[in-house]
Design a protein around this ligand. Structure first.
Ligand code: PGA
Length: 258
């Protein structure tokens, strides 16, 4: 089964408008040499229109970092998934660990947002965090399986073709301490097995699952070579377009070993 790997930069609340455009101009030509890898950039809502415009006629896809779960209405300050989709944005990160931790997003909110993204033609990259690493193996497994089940409630088999999952252990995010490739592979395998139980083996086999948390060019190849890891979601390191290009190249090389 061929799964096209993703390298996604999550800029978070960084980049000025001119920097966003310059980044896309720098990366566009280089990443186009690796068509077997899908390059995605996620930026703040206020940058999305200019990102979409700058990425026109390139192979780079654009993602939002969050959306609300209603299309319209009196929800001051929220962003409609319908508007984001109408801008020409293809992806949206849902349930990032920073949203869960700083903005108190619950599993239920994550599920509502994932469903709203799908309803509006956006592909959700649903982030699963992991905060119980140091507890028993059972608690660790239970935590991950439960998050998958809660996030995908009410999602149809058909819709699963547009879903991407991203596993990001909280301690690994922004800490410089990525999870070991073997442990990450184990956890991603468990996520895929859970999806297989919820839907079927075919849905699980097609699903792309990313690893995120302190990924950089130095450790990305070992991570992306793992059988169940279909790419990376990268914060800090991918603020630099040269690193983003390098990560896309490494994804291409890792894919050849699978
Ligand atoms: P990091 O962030 O690469 O800076 O650890 C990853 C993420 O939050 O998606």
């Amino acid at each position: 089964m061929e799964r096209r790997p993703i390298v996604m930069a999550n800029w978070k609340m960084n980049k000025q408008p001119n920097e966003a455009i310059a980044y896309i101009q720098t990366a566009a030509k280089a990443v186009a040499s690796y068509p077997d890898v899908e390059p995605i950039l996620a930026g703040q809502d206020v940058l999305l229109q200019s990102m979409v415009d700058a990425a026109e006629d390139t192979t780079i896809e654009i993602g939002a970092e969050n959306v609300y779960w209603k299309e319209e209405g009196a929800y001051t300050g929220e962003t409609s998934p319908k508007v984001v989709a109408n801008l020409g944005v293809q992806y949206v990160i849902i349930g990032h660990s920073e949203r869960r931790n700083y903005f108190r997003e619950t599993d239920e909110m994550v599920n509502l947002k994932a469903l709203a993204a799908l309803r509006n033609g956006l592909k959700p990259i649903i982030a699963l965090d992991e905060t119980v690493q140091t507890e028993s193996n059972n608690a660790h497994m239970h935590w991950i399986v439960n998050q998958v089940i809660e996030a995908l409630k009410g999602v149809s088999k058909d819709q699963m073709q547009s879903v991407v999952l991203a596993y990001e252990p909280t301690q690994a995010i922004g800490s410089g301490m990525a999870m070991g490739p073997e442990q990450a592979q184990k956890d991603l395998y468990m996520i895929r097995e859970t999806v297989s139980d919820m839907f079927d083996a075919k849905v699980a086999e097609q699903l792309r699952i990313l690893y995120g948390g302190s990924v950089k060019p130095e450790n990305a190849y070992a991570i992306m070579r793992q059988r169940d890891i279909d790419g990376v979601l990268v914060g800090n390191s991918a603020l630099d377009p040269d690193n983003f290009i390098e990560l896309v190249k490494l994804a291409h090389q890792a894919k050849k070993t699978k």
